[in-house]
Ligand binder design. Structure first.
Ligand SMILES: Nc1nc2c(ncn2[C@@H]2O[C@H](COP(=O)(O)OP(=O)(O)OP(=O)(O)O)[C@@H](O)[C@H]2O)c(=O)[nH]1
Ligand SMILES: [Mg+2]
Ligand SMILES: [Zn+2]
Length: 360
């Protein structure tokens, strides 16, 4: 990279233009990039604020605004000591085409990497997680529940976006099924083909909102982006050979509705598996506190000498994280009980009042 040839923040700032107008233009640019009043950062002298749009290995495309308020997109490499590693959606401090620091994240969508068992951040600084579920067939509730847990764990509220309504035999039944599985989350029905629900989605994705789409490959995520923007990003061709994922990178898009949308590749159910082991790896703080419980087999319910409950009460463990942990723990033990044929009958949920069974 030709460093020194191109001065970072003074490049276009030497004109006689009114600096206040330039600053106002830059501020508007950062707002369109999803910056909110909650994003107040302390930048080192000479560094510029930027947002990561896409990561390629140890480089990333960063969008920022120069001293003249002009938008610049630079391919920046990571400072060798960078920690954490930048991901799409991160706010970063850049100088000389280098990402110096990743600024504090106000939310992060993450999953456990199946191979390394390490936590992997998929998207940073999101305000809304769109759980994208196709309804051209029966909605996959198993998957939806895990997505909901992931979303809740991110710190950003979820919204369920049902796709392919044009190919659904019974939209109302799908909505009812999904609503019963994840009761307190708004459900929006869409079709990228007919345009149903797209305007409503646009309204949810207004200025200052960064959303990420979470859903299986082929769920119709990129198609939603295309429908929102009347554009043509590459989507998946179903039923043919070739690559399984149409979208292979996580990328940030600015929307004409004012918001920002992160498109990420589909996540397979296998990578969302709920196992007690993964629970401990994902919720390490709970696992660590549990080592201090008085009873070795403490269930952290109401037990005497429970260090986990004490940590929640003291605020060292986030109550929301603890609630999510309890939810998945209970589900994991129910699943393992269900695997024993002798328990199957007893473990089946009672019919609900509306006559439907609890879950698929
Ligand atoms: N009938 C119908 N088909 C749709 C709709 N939305 C998407 N599809 C089709 O579903 C397939 C997958 O759509 P994509 O948008 O590529 O799915 P994706 O979730 O981005 O998939 P990955 O990028 O692999 O994660 C494509 O063949 C689309 O044409 C819809 O609203 N109606
Ligand atoms: Mg896609
Ligand atoms: Zn305990």
């Amino acid at each position: 990279m030709d460093r020194g040839v191109r001065k970072w923040s003074t490049m276009a700032g030497t004109t006689s233009e009114d600096p206040r107008r330039a600053a106002a233009r830059a501020a508007a640019g950062y707002r369109a990039l999803g910056r909110t009043s909650a994003d107040q950062f302390d930048l080192a002298d000479g560094a510029d604020l930027g947002r990561v749009s896409i990561v390629h290995g140890a480089n990333a495309d960063v969008i920022w605004f120069d001293a003249a308020g002009e938008e610049v997109v630079s391919l920046c490499h990571f400072s060798p000591s960078i920690d954490p590693r930048p991901v799409a959606g991160d706010w970063v401090a850049v100088s000389d085409d280098r990402i110096e620091t990743v600024l504090a994240r106000r939310s992060a969508l993450q999953r456990v990497n199946q191979r390394t068992h390490a936590l992997q951040v998929l998207a940073a600084n999101v305000d809304l997680v769109l759980l994208v579920i196709p309804i051209d067939r029966a909605p996959n509730i198993h998957m939806l529940e895990r997505y909901a847990v992931m979303a809740r764990d991110s710190g950003a509220p979820p919204i369920i976006v049902l796709t392919k309504a044009d190919e659904s035999e019974s939209v109302e039944a799908a909505v009812a099924t999904v609503h019963a599985a994840v009761p307190d989350v708004e459900v929006l029905t869409t079709s990228s083909r007919s345009g149903v629900g797209i305007e409503h989605l646009r309204q949810l994705l207004g200025s200052g909102v960064t959303a990420v789409m979470l859903g299986a490959s082929g769920a119709g995520k990129t198609s939603l982006l295309n429908a929102l923007e009347n554009r043509q990003e590459h989507t998946r061709t179903l039923g043919r050979g070739g690559g399984r994922h149409a979208t292979t990178t996580r990328k940030l898009y600015r929307l004409s509705s004012g918001g920002v949308l992160l498109d990420i590749p589909g996540i397979r159910l296998a990578n969302l598996r709920v196992e007690p082991d993964h629970l401990d790896e994902t919720f390490t703080e709970i696992d660590e506190a549990a080592a201090q419980c008085h009873f070795r087999d403490c269930a952290h319910r109401a037990d005497e000498g429970c260090a986990v409950l004490a940590a929640v009460a003291a605020g060292t463990i986030d109550p929301q994280r603890f609630a999510n942990w309890q939810r998945i723990r209970d589900e994991a033990s129910r699943l393992s009980r269900d695997r024993h044929p002798a328990n199957r009958r007893a473990a089946r949920p009672a019919p609900r009042e509306d006559g439907t069974e609890g879950r698929a």
